[in-house]
Design a protein. Structure first.
Length: 276
């Protein structure tokens, strides 16, 4: 069972603020003022190209923000897809930049091929190629990072969305649901104040009240099938979690995180589809 981390709340807040910046070009101003700052602002990482193979970015998490500094210098912050990072940037010419990696979180990540490749690519001397709303950063070996200035997709709504549980949270990490139970646990918070779905084996429904970033789930009513193995394990975890509400909820893109206010347990779920 692989283990997925949760970013620390402080880092999430910093990266979320960075992601709201408006992407901009190389800027105006009088000639001779910061002449080599080729681009700045907030950018989505669309994909990487490594040895001729394209690696699509995971969801909307992979980002790069560049903030102008003094002269030809800048500070880059972003997210490799899981881990956050900072880097120092110097624009050496109108088409080249040198990146010096700085601080980064060091958490185990699910999408290691993308995470590792992005971390390896965004360093050293890079060629900057710009076309409209896209930028391509090219390493000396020809591998590339494709950026887009279009804003990421909006967060999915909590209500009227079918959420499919993909991991169970415990402490600072989240473990993917056991093999054989993938896609079975799912639920929807309805506009009429109810929550219903499947706990992994049995169907359930309950009342639900949302206040700010908290959701309180009432006593569960469910079918009574015997649940063993992986499905039973997920069912027991969700039953315990919902029974310990109120829960703190947070949505980033198509990912919902529900966390108990006390014992540090929770879940993450993906938005499957809108519910009419």
């Amino acid at each position: 069972m692989r283990t997925l981390p949760l970013l620390p709340a402080a880092l999430v807040a910093v990266l979320a603020l960075s992601a709201t910046a408006t992407a901009c070009g190389d800027g105006g101003g009088a000639q001779g003022t910061r002449p080599l700052v080729v681009f700045s602002g907030s950018w989505s990482v669309e994909s990487l190209t490594v040895d001729g193979k394209k690696l699509p970015a995971p969801a909307s998490a992979a980002r790069l923000s560049v903030e102008r500094g003094k002269g030809d210098e800048a500070v880059a912050t972003g997210n490799y897809g899981c881990n956050g990072f900072t880097s120092a940037v110097v624009f050496d010419s109108p088409s080249t930049m040198t990146v010096t990696p700085g601080a980064t979180t060091e958490l185990a990540c699910a999408d290691l091929p993308f995470e590792t490749a992005y971390r390896k690519l965004f360093r050293g001397e890079l060629t900057v190629e710009r076309s409209g709303e896209t930028i391509t950063l090219k390493a000396p070996d020809g591998n590339t990072i494709a950026l887009n200035s279009k804003p990421p997709a909006p967060n999915a709504p909590l209500v009227a969305t079918q959420w499919t549980v993909d991991s169970l949270v415990k402490g600072e990490s989240a473990s993917s649901v056991p093999a054989g139970a993938e896609g079975r646990a799912r639920f929807t918070v309805a506009a009429d104040g109810n929550i219903s779905g499947n706990l992994g084996c049995n169907r359930f429904n309950a009342s639900a009240a949302v206040e700010g970033n908290r959701i309180t789930v009432g006593p569960l009513t469910s079918t009574r099938m015997a649940c063993e193995g992986a499905s039973g394990e997920v069912e027991r975890a969700l039953t315990e979690l919902f029974g310990g509400s109120p829960l703190v909820w947070k949505i980033q893109g198509d990912t919902l995180t529900l966390t108990a206010t006390g014992p540090g347990t929770g879940l993450t779920a993906k938005a499957a589809s809108a519910v009419e």
